[in-house]
Design a protein around this ligand. Structure first.
Ligand SMILES: Cc1ncc(C[n+]2csc(CCOP(=O)(O)OP(=O)(O)O)c2C)c(N)n1
Length: 461
């Protein structure tokens, strides 16, 4: 056994060295510092007559002669960090706001903006002016709070319920509206469903519908950022922030992403919005373990669970997470933000088919991240009913203004349907485009293409 372990140890070490040499040759810079390896640099090891065995992640696991299966019931749930309670009262004696009153009010306005936009756009979908919408009601603090602690060069991957991240980063109401109405200003040229925003300038990758795909992508991007900084130290170190729901964490991609991020020490902050539901599947049906946070520990990742309705707790946790993510060359961090999805999943869902209305009403009455921050600001004397009224009215006006502007804009040229698949259009693409043009010309009364830039003419070769 001893020999076998020794040979495993040697071969692991050699593999690392070979890999390292290759990296050194390619990058001409030192290897990324490995974490969690201090006491088992060479992999699994056991010294003669040792009382313990050391494996990666199980450093100094002592031999014992009492057989005992560990039971999750014997371990208390990980605590939920909170700074301000439901009444807006500070419960963390060490807490001091690190931003000015004006900056706090700005965070509040961003939360208010997405919540008002949500209500208007949800109704617009019901009126048939929009094909689809998703609101983030009840989860505004997770998005706005965490985004407010990232650097503007950090890279973001999000799911679809994080409009607060976009707003906080500078995505304008017109940007939201252009995407939602798929007009000619939509950078995605109307090819995505509504709410699949993205912004190259703000370093936010475009949202994808297939659940959890963004999580391994985030690990990969974080690895790339780390290598980039190593190759050119004049580029400031950056992190990736990756948002997803508890449902996405039930996908295999989540596990692969956390493990690769841990083993490759990638500077990524995983931010899980645990809102209790994956459409109609409640978390009770999704897992039996201690939420999503316990999984982070399982992968050897620094983890915290926070009260997601408390923007201050989210901010404090994200600030620290960013610091940790950049420590020693990089490492992943997991934040599980506990909240509740007070809305239906999307405009395609009726949540009262699978949960009691009273439960939702209860949550709305008992806790809400916007009201909580408002109470805190009122306790501090920086906010009152008049300011609230003014902020709500002006935001509503602004949303409606951008709404009607974007709704009137023309759609992208029909031609764009055939573009960007290949760098240049293939003969097949061109033939299909000609067929479409012919068809539209033959049945002009059947198709109103006046809403599209250039109409039928955009299909000319
Ligand atoms: C791979 C894949 N499977 C299923 C779906 C359908 N789907 C869309 S959203 C969703 C629930 C996701 O829940 P969660 O990650 O908790 O986010 P939440 O909607 O609660 O914010 C599901 C199952 C999908 N988009 N992609």
């Amino acid at each position: 056994m001893k020999n076998r372990l020794a040979s495993v140890t040697r071969s692991c070490g050699q593999r690392q060295l070979r890999h390292g040499q290759r990296l050194l040759a390619v990058n001409s810079c030192p290897l990324p510092q490995r974490r969690h390896v201090a006491s088992f640099e060479q992999g699994p090891s056991q010294r003669p007559d040792s009382q313990y065995v050391s494996f990666p992640g199980a450093v100094k696991s002592a031999f014992c002669h009492t057989m005992k299966f560990e039971s999750p019931q014997n371990y208390p749930a990980l605590p939920t960090y909170r700074v301000v309670d439901q009444h807006g009262v500070v419960v963390d004696p060490d807490f001091q706001p690190d931003i000015s009153d004006e900056e706090v009010m700005q965070l509040y306005r961003h939360m208010l903006t997405v919540s008002i936009m949500d209500i208007i756009m949800y109704d617009a979908q019901r009126q048939g002016r929009l094909s689809f919408y998703i609101v983030s009601a009840g989860e505004e603090a997770v998005a706005v709070g965490s985004a407010s602690c990232l650097s503007k060069d950090d890279v973001i991957f999000s799911q679809y319920r994080e409009q607060g991240v976009f707003a906080q980063r500078g995505f304008k109401l017109s940007d939201f509206m252009n995407q939602l109405f798929a007009n000619k200003h939509d950078p995605g040229k109307g090819r995505n469903m509504p709410v699949h925003y993205g912004s190259k300038e703000l370093h936010i990758h475009t949202i994808s519908s297939p659940l959890a795909t963004q999580i391994p992508q985030a690990s990969g991007a974080a690895y790339a950022l780390k290598m980039q900084h190593m190759q050119d130290p004049s580029i400031p170190p950056r992190v990736v922030a990756c948002y997803f729901g508890d449902g996405a964490a039930s996908e295999g991609d989540f596990h692969a992403a956390l493990n690769i991020a841990a083993t490759k020490s990638c500077p990524v902050i995983f931010i899980c919005r645990n809102n209790g539901f994956a459409i109609s599947t409640s978390t009770l049906e999704q897992y039996r373990g201690d939420g999503i946070a316990s999984r982070g520990l399982g992968y050897g990742i620094e983890t915290i669970r926070v009260d997601g309705n408390d923007i201050w707790a989210v901010r404090e946790a994200t600030k620290k997470a960013r610091e940790l993510a950049l420590k020693d060359g990089g490492q992943p961090v997991l934040i599980e933000a506990m909240t509740y999805r007070v809305s239906h999943h999307s405009t395609s869902d009726d949540s009262f088919a699978y949960r009691a209305k009273v439960e939702v009403e209860d949550w709305k009455r008992r806790d809400n991240p916007i009201i909580r921050l408002r109470k805190w600001m009122e306790n501090k004397g920086i906010w009152d009913d008049n300011k609230e009224k003014e902020a709500r009215e002006s935001t509503r006006r602004e949303v409606l203004k951008e709404f009607s502007k974007a709704e009137k804009e023309k759609k992208p040229p029909i031609r764009t349907m055939f573009e960007d698949v290949y760098e240049e259009m293939t003969p097949d693409n061109k033939a299909q485009m000609a067929q479409l043009r012919e068809h539209l010309e033959r049945y002009p009364e059947e198709y109103d293409v006046g809403d599209y830039v250039g109409g039928r003419d955009s299909l000319k070769p």
